[in-house]
Design a protein around this ligand. Structure first.
Ligand code: GLN
Length: 343
């Protein structure tokens, strides 16, 4: 099936589900209403093109492992994936290189530092601490195989598209904006080259990284991408395998320990779900074997996490008993709202 055919097939399925009234959609609508007037945070502007985002944009989408989707607000407004791409590319690097080689180039330890920090890279081994911060993500992009940039990007973009169930484009304006201002990322890459942690085609790898961050998605896509991880790597609608099943736990593990930058400890304590955020305003949280929640709102806190997304995910996790480490999770409300999804 070609990209557009997949897209229209998925569209038809989603359309059918979306029109159905459901108690779960009513629950999401109430949540959306609760946080829509919360205008805390600021739109990212260190990548000039991102400053054009509208503060009022706010969408929530949920996709379940059995292919149901629910959305409210601006769930079909496009935004760039940014750092949310990082766990998915980590999965591709693992597929291309295996665990041993991948982990020789990037660790799985949280940094507690800002996502673009350079400090520990210099003072420690030169090996970036994890694939969710910029240094580790650039190293990870360096591990994506292909004869040249186009082939490498086609493989990477194809992988993200399989997760989403449709062919995802690149926002060229964001790509060129980031490419021309990404001096800090260039510094990280060249420092890693100095330590022998990245192959010498650094400029090509940086281009690949900037393109990966500029892939355009919406909250609906992001929920489907998360639901694919929740479903063992198989897209719930297209049934395509987006990642080899043996690497799903690697991806979810680094999301759990490192996915929300230097808020990850707090997030794991409060929300208890593997997740990833990006400065485009997207956050995805995965409930393994059940569903994924995607929130889009470009107002960010000082760490670069979407403020409304933090609040929505925390509320959903508490309301539906989703914390993975709860001793006896109370999933009664989830069962009421989504009968048949959990036992
Ligand atoms: N492309 C962004 C950067 O490299 C990604 C950062 C993010 O989403 N936190 O700075």
């Amino acid at each position: 099936m070609s990209g557009p055919e997949i897209a229209s097939g998925v569209q038809a399925l989603l359309g059918g589900v979306r029109s159905a009234a459901s108690p779960f959609r009513t629950y999401l609508k109430d949540l959306h209403r609760r946080f829509a007037n919360d205008s805390e945070g600021r739109v990212a502007d260190y990548i000039p093109e991102l400053a054009k985002a509208k503060p009022e944009w706010f969408g929530i989408s949920v996709a379940t492992v059995n292919g149901l989707t629910f959305e409210v607000g601006d769930a079909q407004t496009d935004f760039t994936i940014q750092s949310v791409s990082k766990p998915f590319v980590f999965g591709l690097a693992l597929e291309d290189n295996g665990r041993d080689h991948t982990l020789s180039r990037v660790g799985v330890e949280p940094t507690g530092d800002a996502f673009n920090s350079i400090i520990k890279l210099d003072t420690k081994s030169g090996r970036p601490q994890n694939p969710m911060v910029n240094a580790g993500a650039i190293s990870t992009a360096g591990l994506v195989k292909g004869a040249h940039l186009t082939e490498r990007f086609n493989r990477l973009g194809g992988m993200l598209s399989r997760y989403a169930g449709r062919s995802l484009p690149v926002d060229m304006a964001v790509y060129t904006s980031e490419r021309s201002t990404g001096h800090r990322n260039r510094a990280l890459a060249h420092l890693m080259l100095n330590f022998g942690m990245i192959d010498p085609n650094v400029d090509e790898t940086l281009d690949l990284y900037f393109q990966q961050c500029s892939v355009l998605i919406n909250a609906r896509d992001l929920a489907m991408m998360g639901a694919t991880l929740a479903n063992g790597g198989v897209n719930p609608l297209t049934k395509e395998q987006a990642i080899a099943p043996e690497y799903v736990q690697d991806v979810l593990s680094v999301m759990y320990s490192c996915g929300m930058y230097d808020y990850t400890g707090e997030w794991s304590y409060r929300v208890g779900l593997p997740a990833k955020s990006g400065v485009g305003g997207g956050v995805v949280a995965v409930v393994p074997r059940v569903m994924a929640i995607a929130v889009f709102s470009p107002l960010l806190d000082e760490r670069g996490n979407s403020v409304r997304a933090l609040k929505v995910c925390e509320a959903i996790s508490k309301d539906l008993g989703l914390h993975l480490l709860a001793h006896s999770p109370n999933r009664r409300r989830l069962t009421e709202l989504l009968p048949g999804i959990v036992d």
